[in-house]
Structures are given as C-alpha cells and as structure tokens.
Design a protein around this ligand. Sequence first.
Ligand SMILES: Nc1nc2c(ncn2[C@@H]2O[C@H](COP(=O)(O)OP(=O)(O)OP(=O)(O)O)[C@@H](O)[C@H]2O)c(=O)[nH]1
Length: 944
Amino acid sequence: MAIEEKQIRFRISDIARELQVSPQEVLQFVKQEGGKVASTSSMVGEEMRDMIFGNFSQEKKLVDETRKIRAEKQKRLNRLEEQSRKAYEKEQQLKESLSSAPPPSPAVAHVPELKFEIPPEAAKPVAVEPPPAPPVAVAPPQPEPVVEQPSAAKPVAEPVVEEPAPVAPPVEPVAEATPVVEAEPVAEPEPVAQTAEPEGFTPLVQTLPESMQAYEAPQKIGGLTVLGTIDVISEADRKKKSRKKSFRESAVELKGEFENVVSTTATGDGEAAKKKVAKAPGEGETTTAGEAAGGAKKKKGKKKKKVEVDDKVIARNIKTTISGMEDSSSTGSRQKFRKMRRMEREREYEEAEAMREAEKTLMRVTEYASPHELAELMGLTAKEIIQKCFSMGKFVTINQRLDRETIELIGLEFGFEAEFISEIEATTTEEQFDNEEDMQIRPPVVTIMGHVDHGKTSLLDYIRRSNVVAGESGGITQHIGAYEVEVERGRHITFLDTPGHEAFTAMRARGAQVTDIVILVVAADDSVMPQTIEAINHSKAAGVPIVVALNKIDKPEANVEKIKTQLSEAGVMVEDWGGECQCQEISAKKGLNIKELMDKVLTEAEIRELKGNFSREIPASGIIVESELDKGKGVVSTVLVQRGFLKVGDPFVAGNTMGKVRALMDERGKRIPEAGPSRPVRVLGFEDLPQSGDVLTVMESDRDARDLAQKRQIIKREHEFRRSTRVKLDSIARQIKEGLKKELSVIIKADTDGSIQALADGLMKIHNEEVKVQIIHQGVGQITETDVLLAAASDAIIIGFRVRPNVNAKRLAEKEDLDVRFYSVIYHVLEDVEKALEGMLSPELHEESLGSIEIRQVFRVPKVGNVGGAYVLEGKVPRDSKVRLLRDGVQIFEGQLDSLKRFKDDVKEVDAGYECGVSLKGYDDIKVGDVIEAFKIVEKKRKL
Ligand SMILES: Nc1nc2c(ncn2[C@@H]2O[C@H](COP(=O)(O)OP(=O)(O)OP(=O)(O)O)[C@@H](O)[C@H]2O)c(=O)[nH]1
C-alpha cells in the first residue's frame, strides 16, 4: 500500500482535458474498467491512465497531431517575429544614426539640401517673416545661385553666409534648391561650394533650433523610408504586419510634419513643384515636400512604389503563411476527424453486416437439446442429424439429450454456430413484435432504495396513504409488493413495495428488469452509508436511472450539501451540481415536497418515454413480483403486467408453473376484470408457487400452457442435474479458453476500507489479453444475501477478506452454487486470481464449515477469563476444530477452542440447537452476539 500511495496519481478531468474528450466519458471508461472512482475529480494511477490513453488512442493521436501543428505554427510565428524585430531594430538604428549624424556619406547629398531651410536658422523671426520671404526670395537669388550651384548643399551655405541678416533668403534657396537638384548634373562650379561650405555650414547646424533639428529627421526619413524599404523588403518579407505598420505610420507622420513646415516656408514656386508632382504622381504633398530632393525624386517615387508593392507582398505572405498554418491545424484536423468518423461508420456498418450474416447462421439452443429439436432449429430432418452423429461416432436416438460439445459439433457440421440459452429463454414464446400504434405511454415502475432507517418505509407509507386516487377513501392497507398510485389526475406511478435491493436484484438475477427508476433515499441528517453505495451499484449495474430523495430535511442537523458531496464521491452527481441525477429534498415524515419528488420521477419517465403495448389482441405478459400461499385462496401472486391486458380466464405459464387466471384484484383487494401495462395485480389461479422474477405469459390454451410448463420443467431438471454454469475461480481459465468469459467479475467484501483499496488496486492490475478483472461491487462488512444475489445476477465470484457471510447469505450462496472465497492475506487473493486466469490454480485448499455458535452470555471466570454461554446455530462444533471469532461478520480472531462444555462437562462436540459453554485459546475478549465458526481445511483437486 505504501508503495501504491507513492505512485503518481492523475485526475480524471485532467486526463480528459489532455485528450480533449468529455471527463464523463473517461469516468465511464474507468468505471467500466473497474476503477473505483466516484467523480471526474477522482484520481487514477499510472496504469489506469495508460489504459485510458489506450482506449482513447484515436483522440490522443488527433490531439498530438494538433499540438504538433500548433507548435510548428508557433515556431514559425516566432521566427517571423524575430525577423521582423531585427528588421525594425535595424531601421531604428539607421534612423537614429541618420538623424544624429548630419553629413554622413551617401545620403548626405540630400542632407545639405534639407538645411536649406536654414531660414528658420534665423530662428523665431522665420515664423513671423514668412510673408516677406517670398518677394525677397523670388527676386535676388533665384536665377544666379541656382544655376551655378552644383550641389544643393553648397548653395545653401552661400546665401546664408552672405546674407546673414535677411530672413527671406533662406526660403528662396529652398525653392530654387529643388530645381537646382534637378539640374544637378549641369552644375559645375565646385569652387564656389568649396568656399562656402567651411564657413557657413558648421555654425548653421549648430545654431539650428531643436525644433528644426527635429524637422531634419523627417527629411531624412524621406530617405529613410527608402532605406527602410530596402531593408524591410529584402529582409523582413515575413515581418509582422502591425509592427511594420507602426513604423510606417510614424514615418509618414514625421514626413507630414516636415511637409507642413516646408510648404509653409516655400510657398510661391508652384510650377517647379507641379512639375515634380507630375513626375511623381500620387504622392501629392509628399512630392511637393520632396521638392528639395530634386534628382532623388525619381528614385524616391520608384522606391515608394516598391515599398507599397512589397508591403502588399509581405502582408499577403504573412497571411498565406498564417492561414496555411491555420489550415493545417484546424481544417486539416477537422478533415482528419471527419475521415476518422467516416471510417468508423464504415467499420460499424461492416460489423453490423457481419453480425447480420452471423445471425443467419446462429442457432440459439438450450444445453441438452435433442436431435429432433436441433433439426427444427436448423431446418433439417431429425434423420439428417442422427446420420451426422453416426458419422461422428455417436449413436443417438431422436429424443436423446445431447451434451453441449455434441451440439456445437453438429452445428458446425451444418454451418451453424450454437449459442446456448436458458430453458426459459428457449421456451419464451416467439419474439414479440409491437405495433407502433399499440404503444402508449405507461406509468413508470419505481423501486425505493436506501440505507436502513433513512426513511424508505416512511416514504412509501406516505405515498400509499396520501397519493391515492382523488375521491377514493382510504389508502392501500395490505402489502402486496407493488401498487399503483395516481400522483395527479391521469398520471400514475407504480411502486414496487419491496424495500431494499434484495427483491430488485433477485428479479434481475432471474433476468427480469422491472424497475424503470430508482428513488434513492438518503437521510440528510446522516450520510451516504454502505447500503446507499450498494443501492447505487445495484442501480448502475442494472442501468436504471436514480432520482435522489434527500430525506429528513425537517431535522435541524440535516446537511444537504454534505450528502451531495458524498453522493458525488460515490458516483452520483446531482443535477444542480452539473450531474444527471435529479434530486429532491423531502421529509417523508412530514410529507414535505413529496409532490415535487413525484414530479421529478414523472419527468424522468417522460425523458425516457416509457411505453407499453396496450393492445387487447396480443397475449399478455408480466413479471411475478411476489407470491404467497394463502390458506383459503391457494397461490396468490402479485404480477406486474408489462404487455397487453391480463384478463380473468387467461391460461398462462409462469416460470416452470402454469395456471389459469381465476381472479384479478387491485391493491385494495377489489376485483378487477383486467390489468394493462405497468399495472400491478393480484392473480389467483396458479398451480404451483412461481418465483419472483418469473415471466408470466398468457397462452392460447390450457394445453399449450401445460406443454410449455412441462417442457421447461424437463429442461430445468436436466440443467440442475448437469453441471452448473456459474463462474468459478478454478474453472475460469477453461471458460476463457472456450470463449465463454471475457472478464472475471468480482465482489469484494472486506473488514476495512484500506483492505478493499489494496485489494481493488491489486486486482485491477491483473489482466491478460483474453480476460480482465472487473470489480462490480465492494464494501466493508460481512457478506450479505444482497451480495450473493448481486453475484448471482452478475455471474461474479465473491471474495471475502477477513469477513464471512451471514447464515442466509451462506445458504443462498450454496443454493445458487456461487464461488465465495475467503482470505486473510492480500497476496493470496492476488496470487489465486492471477493463477486462475492462467488456468494454473493449484489444488485448492478448501475450507469446510462445520458449524457455528452464537455467544449469548459472557461470564467472567476467575483464573480462566471470559467464557461464553453459547448456542450452536448450525452444524456440529467439534472441540478440536479450527475456529474463527466473528463480530458482525468480520473476523476478529482465528485460532482454536480452549474449552467446550455442556453443563460443566467437557464434551467432544456439540450439535446444532444445543447450548454450550466455550472459551478460546489465546483470546478472551468475547462479546454477546459474537459468532464462533468452526471449520476444517480440506484439499480439493482443481476441476478442469
Ligand atoms: N424527522 C424525520 N424523521 C423521519 C423522516 N423519515 C423517516 N423518519 C424516521 O426515521 C426512522 C426510520 O424510518 P423508516 O421509514 O423506517 O426507514 P427505512 O429506511 O424504511 O428503514 P428500514 O425499513 O429499517 O430499512 C423512523 O423513526 C422515521 O420516523 C423524516 O423525513 N423526518
């Protein structure tokens, strides 16, 4: 256990998230696999996790693929981002270096031009003086300097230097500068420039006001755009749109600012500007602003265009790349999923086809059928069967009962596969078909379950007393095992008044599924108790929905939330907790909210659209709920009609007995002529006592009924006479080999929760390719009749770990021929199961019970210790036998008797029904009510 506790555990919901499937699905799977989990927040071990992954392998594959695609996509995005970041940084660097270093290399050519704006150098006045500027500018400098000035830079300096004071000059050069630039190549007079530069340039820059320096940047940015474009285009073709955009926007902004200044400074010379505009269309103001750029204009225009084109390309590229990635992740996976679904459907179809094919050659037959019966089933003559048997070396007569193997062989010879069914199944009248128009909504059949004292009887009593059909006096007084109540006008519910799950399971054990809905009563002032868990397990095993009734809410100590939590841990998630089970707080004693509870039951029934065949033409059928032998009336049975109408005078078979309906009575003892679907009715007229769960079927005639009943009796007798088909640990391997078993169902009863946990964990790990272990129920405490019934119904073995069955359970287990095993060492359990699955179970050490004694009084005897005044309940207890002391079915001590007396005399043994005095060797803490079980160990050879 210690080791297991250290194991890594995983939450079901986390696994589900990982697989991207519904947690409920995973929970269901874990439960199917026998995992002891209550809710999706329960934890499972590594092994179960692997099993889950195995089961949801397709989903896992899909998730992994999607994840891979996503990772790939992310990687590519990161790469893109990195590249664009680098490009952006590069641009920034360039921008900075250009704006901080005015006269550097190639672009420098333009830079000086920008300084034509020197006008502002005259600083503030500039702003005021713009108007005077134009005239001045136009007049003097325009012609001369322009022509002479070779490059933009030099002329700039010149006029400035030469005409320091006037504000206007600066403007002119700007205006001219542009044309000059265009004329650039023409310009020769370098010397001029040389002289001008040294004086004017430096100081100018230095004196430039900050604002102006800021304006320089835009100009360069004009160039920068170009630079940036080059870089961005070449390097960052996968640049992230947004970042690029922000950069471009900022550049445009700066440019805009610059243009404003320029346009305010250089106003008049529209023609030149116009020319340029014409040359570089679409640039509008930008082009006008670019006037200073002269010869660079063309280039600029071109480059601008290129930038745009490239931007589009980049945007497109990014878009395609991303959409491509999205495609592969979402559309791609969707396609895959669709493909998978299609394949799945195809597979399902193929399977169904194969099933249909197999059905054609399937022969449903009882064990020990005769050649005559086989011939009928296969559409042959009995002669053919007998001949075949002869050819196989078997000499049979027409009515001789054949064993299983022979039937299988004969079937194979004629191309049929034998499926063995019970005598009742075999003799159930042909398959019944229901016409759609005969099907009508029928009342739900409800069983109330819950722990002792949680209020089942009180609830049933209340319902019986109060919810009787309006207008009728008195409630239902007699106990008949089932009754129908009218909850509201026209809406009925049939209650199976067989509290506890014994009846429920007993019926199921006989193949009768009667209950549609289970009301699980839990006392809100108590907690979810062992029987509550049992009821949940039983309902789930039968696939019956549960409606929870949280009872005793009138009590101040009622804690509804606590119960809901415990229920969720037990695998019942109530609706307001997001589960599927409806839940109603009630007080059975005070009759609080019972109507609401009934409404919920009806809602549940509506959801399930419970329908019955209400045709009067078909032979009715029903289930025996309870039977008794009445001194005056003979056999009286409560029958729950399931199909058609049961009428007085109908001949019928019920299990192995038959009869004719002499009288029908309702729950109040009133005679009625007929009873339809979901109606419980008392039936008189049976020849013999039928068993709960037997199916009653109306036959054409008395004779038919008698024939069928006799046939069943014969088959049953043969069955009983032959071997049992119950699953046994020592024969499971054979059954696996024969393909009869695919899983070993186990019920664990143990002394403590810890033992159960350890056992369950250990057993869950045992599985091989052909078979797995499934724990269908587990609980603390002695083995009860309910456990035995559940084992019988589910064909399971019972493992008692340091616990024993009570007397009734023991009897029932013997009667049902169930394999109940007792252990006190976990390792032995696991070893036995493991070996059994491999067919290697060694000769079994079988324990034979000799008898049991109940302690009824305890005496303190000086020097001896506690001595029990006891009574032998059953068997014979020898003095020297091994014994175990049981308290409430749980083993407290195992050892030997110290003394066994009758009236102060030591005796060798005491028989059942006699009193005696006992003491145990090495243990004297005996208590009233303890049971001492005497047994011996015998070695039993393994059956094959
Ligand atoms: N206060 C209160 N007591 C209740 C309520 N329902 C039942 N009881 C009491 O709880 C006790 C047990 O109720 P039962 O109806 O006998 O319980 P049960 O589940 O049928 O018990 P078993 O038949 O022994 O399995 C009785 O004393 C009831 O009076 C309720 O709603 N409120």
